[in-house]
Design a protein around this ligand. Structure first.
Ligand SMILES: CC(C)(COP(=O)(O)OP(=O)(O)OC[C@H]1O[C@@H](n2cnc3c(N)ncnc32)[C@H](O)[C@@H]1OP(=O)(O)O)[C@@H](O)C(=O)NCCC(=O)NCCS
Length: 157
């Protein structure tokens, strides 16, 4: 399988918005944007100079299957948070998120001069925890927020 990270565009933002309405995806990754125009406005903000988030699309053999992004980019601390979503469930369990995260970490380390990255995931999200562990993240904290147990993972770059 050929895996590529490509630029986000208004078209991919709209596709992502609709594909991530899937309840199984939303159970693990709540969507903060309620409408297509909110999603496009958020995307526009990421295109501005000094934006604190940055995202890429994930393509497998030429098909758009998900997104990966970093947010809360802290220039002084050289730290950022990462997250990802493979909305095309036919690609789950094939190592795609693991490889995409590996590629994305190399890119953002160079682009933002990061020294460390963090990631939040629900404790019940076993596949996401595996993706982080396979990328050498350390499970550093368990906490409960809004009644849901979550974990914080961290990795030095
Ligand atoms: C989480 C997600 C990104 C994983 O993507 P993926 O491409 O399937 O991940 P990979 O194939 O690289 O790795 C998944 C790992 O989890 C394992 N796994 C899958 N289901 C599992 C389960 N129920 N229990 C334990 N492990 C499980 C797989 O076996 C694999 O581990 P392995 O390589 O050691 O065998 C994908 O399911 C997704 O997009 N989910 C919805 C959004 C989401 O949860 N995003 C993360 C928010 S923190």
């Amino acid at each position: 399988m050929i895996l590529e990270l490509r630029n986000r565009t208004a078209d991919t933002v709209i596709t992502y918005f609709h594909r991530t309405r899937d309840p199984e995806v939303r159970r693990h990754l709540p969507q903060k944007t309620a409408t297509e125009s909110d999603a496009l406005a958020d995307f526009e903000k990421t295109q501005q100079p000094g934006a604190t988030s940055y995202g890429r699309t994930i393509y497998a053999d030429g098909s758009y299957i998900g997104d990966i992004w970093c947010y809360c980019i802290q220039q002084e601390e050289r730290h950022a948070m990462v997250s990802y979503c493979i909305f095309d469930k036919t690609y789950w369990g094939k190592g795609v998120a693991t490889k995409a995260l590996q590629m994305f970490l190399i890119e953002i380390k160079e682009r933002f001069g990061l020294r460390s990255v963090g990631a939040f995931t629900y404790s019940a999200n076993a596949p996401s925890i595996r993706v982080l562990l396979k990328n050498s993240f350390t499970d550093t904290e368990t906490f409960v927020e809004d009644g849901i147990e979550s974990r914080y993972f961290q990795k030095d770059m």
